[in-house]
Design a binder for this molecule. Structure first.
Ligand SMILES: *Cc1c(COP(=O)(O)O)cnc(C)c1O
Length: 496
């Protein structure tokens, strides 16, 4: 076989393999590549994965279904009707779970981001059809709404107008949302719950604004869509957040989070087909096949959809209730435990399994590094608006067995971290950049900043506190540019 690229620059020198390799060698290489990945099965990881390690069979069932449909294609529903059947059944079950009536329709997507991007695209195209006077559409959303809305706004050219949240509950303030809606607003957003603090926005009041102003209303239930109805059944005070709320026109709920299915699985729902029509892409002005797509992907594997269907079937209502009970118990124990640790406080009162906690005395980024040294993975969240820098936990049933251990280590880490210095560099950087316009900064300047913080090429230091303190000190627009440059440099081949 001809080499695809030949170049002496090591960055571009990875050539296509000349000859095939025995499968054993390929399999061994897969294992070798995996060795530094996060050991999420341990239950010591408090983000990224959703999992219960006492039920190994969930994974077996999902993998079986995934492999069975790995090679089927979701491009054309008429030739693989199995996939359409899985999709319609999953959509119907999901709609039912969030009080969707008989008119509610939806689709299976690759994740929360795709669901949200489709909701924004649908709103934009609905407005083009029904509000033709709007030439510069915008959406109104609380500052706690997921970054995916801003991504959708950037991709789809819909402006985002963010509004403040209460500084103790971190719930959306409705009056500023009402005031932010103008004649160009096409969509308003609420989260059930928000990722950062795990609290549910005043969904009904936001719905009133939507009805009053006659605009579309998207509920981001990516996290809560599957779990919250169980929490309610378990006696938690969970306010209405689904299609029973007047004004709701679309809702996203991720299967690959608290429905415990493999990644690449989410559901987008619409109040009816009239609205969903604006999501569909149908095109025949070219020389190939007529392309009709519900979602962003076209040719796609049937794996995630079959695996999601199989997982839901296998677990069933009783299985999900048990998992919810375990996750809820774990969250309660963790929140109570954190609030008992001197110098720590949980932000607001998390209503689901997502927790943000902070310290007014100790730098949280040192705490995160200390936790990492003790084998725990927890997620940093930088300060923004009235939310201080904090530590995020997405709690899973598999974390339950570690509750006492994690709280004991956390208490110890707080004391160790309290003795560690603040970053002088962070303060210098803060002063330097306070008045700089990010557009005046060149990629070279960003690369120098990264080097100063200890990032060499694509190697990040073991201890991330200094980098996190610098990021936290920087104006958000500069943070974004810096991280963009970092990732732009990360995805470059640099040799073995
Ligand atoms: C995870 C999440 C998303 C984005 O979903 P992905 O599946 O990561 O693309 C959106 N909203 C909320 C509230 C989330 O937690």
């Amino acid at each position: 076989m001809q080499r695809l690229r030949k170049d002496d620059d090591p960055r571009n020198s990875k050539t296509f393999p000349d000859k095939g390799s025995p499968k054993e060698e390929v399999f061994a290489a897969l294992k070798e590549y995996k060795k530094d990945d996060l050991d999420w099965r341990s239950g010591r990881v408090w983000a990224y994965t959703y999992h219960d390690n006492t039920m190994e069979e969930i994974e077996q069932v999902a993998k079986h279904a995934y492999m069975e449909f790995l090679t089927e294609s979701g491009l054309d529903p008429t030739v693989f009707p199995s996939l359409m059947r899985f999709e319609n059944e999953l959509v119907s079950m999901s709609a039912n779970h969030v009080n969707g009536g008989p008119d509610v329709v939806g689709n299976f997507t690759s994740g929360g981001t795709e669901s949200i991007m489709l909701a924004v695209k649908t709103a934009r195209d609905w407005a083009r059809a029904h509000r033709p006077h709007i030439t510069k559409p915008n959406m109104v959303l609380p500052v706690t709404a997921h970054a995916a809305f801003h991504k959708a706004g950037q991709y789809m050219d819909v402006e985002t107008k963010t509004t403040p949240v209460d500084s103790t509950t971190f719930r959306a303030l409705v009056e500023p949302m009402r005031e932010a809606v103008d004649e160009n607003t096409i969509l308003i957003v609420g989260s059930a719950p928000s990722y950062g603090h795990g609290v549910i926005d005043p969904m009904e009041e936001i719905g009133q604004v939507a009805v009053e102003k006659d605009i579309l209303y998207h509920v981001d239930a990516c996290m809560g869509g599957f779990a919250l109805p169980y929490f309610r059944r378990l006696g938690e005070d969970i306010p209405p957040f689904g299609f029973e709320v007047p004004g709701v026109t679309s809702l996203s709920m991720d299967l690959h989070k608290y429905a415990y299915t493999p990644k690449g699985a989410s559901i987008i729902l619409y109040k009816d087909k009239d609205l969903r029509r604006h999501q569909i892409f149908s095109f025949s002005q070219w020389t190939g096949y007529t392309m009709i797509n519900n979602t962003i992907q076209s040719t796609k594997t049937g794996g995630p959809i079959a695996a999601a269907w199989a997982t839901v079937k296998y677990l069933g209502d009783d299985g999900y209730l048990k998992l919810a009970e375990k996750a809820l118990r774990t969250r309660k124990a963790v929140v109570d435990g954190i609030n008992r640790i001197p110098k720590l406080r949980v932000l607001s009162h998390p209503q689901m399994t997502l927790v943000g906690f902070t310290s007014d005395e100790v730098n949280v980024f040192h705490i995160i590094d200390e936790m990492k040294e003790r084998g725990w993975y927890v997620q940093p969240q930088l300060a923004y608006d009235n939310s201080p820098a904090n530590i995020h936990l997405s709690i899973n049933p598999s974390n339950e067995k570690w509750v006492d251990a994690v709280l004991a280590d956390l208490a110890e880490c707080v004391e160790v971290a309290a003795k560690l210095p603040k970053s002088d560099l962070a303060e210098t950087v803060q002063q330097m950049f306070a008045s700089i316009n990010p557009d005046d900064l060149t990629p070279e300047m960003f690369s120098n900043m990264l080097n100063m913080a200890g990032v060499q090429g694509h190697e990040v230091p073991e201890r991330m506190a200094e980098i996190n303190m610098i990021l936290d000190a920087l104006p958000p627009l500069i943070r974004e540019r810096l991280l963009g440059e970092f990732v732009n440099d990360l995805f470059v081949y640099r040799g073995e």
